[in-house]
Design a binder for this molecule. Sequence first.
Ligand SMILES: [Zn+2]
Length: 309
Amino acid sequence: MESAVEAQLRKQIMAWVGERAEANGGFLRRDELLDFHLDGEKLPVIDYSRGIRNPASFNSTLSIVSAADGPYDDTESEDGLLHYAYRKGDPWSGDNRKLRHAMETGMPLILFRKEIANIYTPVFPVYVVDDEPENRQFLIALDEAFRFIHDPAHLSEPQREYALRLARQRLHQPAFRTRVLVAYDTRCTICELKHGALLDAAHIVPDGHELGAPTVNNGLALCKIHHAAYDQNMLGVTPDHEVRISFRLLEEIDGPMLKHGLQEMHGRALSLPRRPADRPDRDHLAWRYEHFDAAAPRTTHHRAAEQHR
Ligand SMILES: [Zn+2]
């Protein structure tokens, strides 16, 4: 296939992957990816059985899958680049040849992060930036900028920091959102809204704090409005999974969003994941709830009112 045609097809495939992922809440299901059609022809975006997809008519690899069992895995490295092992067989033919061709032509790929069976978090475009035959691996960069670095295997300190930050933004945060949304059956734990496009994964203990690990038990699936309210301490969650709305907000009088979307959530119980291990960690909730409490000082009047509830 002519490379301009292939580049154009890639663009269309990536646009579709982006739209589907956006609608689902940041991920795609295996059957969706296998059932993709382009101009009436079936063109699976992932391979049926392997972690690399090389359509016969394409000269360069279309997608690769990086599997991980948890938030950290061996594909992560100190340099922020994905170290992708050579596929089985001859390093100079088949899958490896098409990956190398992607490197030589700068053709963008889709990386699918797979942490849960049948669920794929897309990251794209990514680029094959280096080939290390001695280590039998390719280096994959999560940003176009790394295509133009002379020696991607040996990044300077600022480049390395940049690569690590990008890896966090482009790979680890989306993967966290997928894990949390899937654990919560793609619904807001507070209001039960079920539109993936309107849902986020909120950290209970914030990212960056030493306890703020990107694990499902430090996450809550929240719709956009409840996520923002949570981050602004307008809304809190007690260690016993009860929703609290700040007193200031409870007193306000405004339209239906304030009334139904926020005030009426006061006292509601969270809808929790089925798997106990996925449920929010009590200590994390307690840590966060203290901050909510501290951010919303109550007047004597409010304290009295609360005692009479
Ligand atoms: Zn909500």
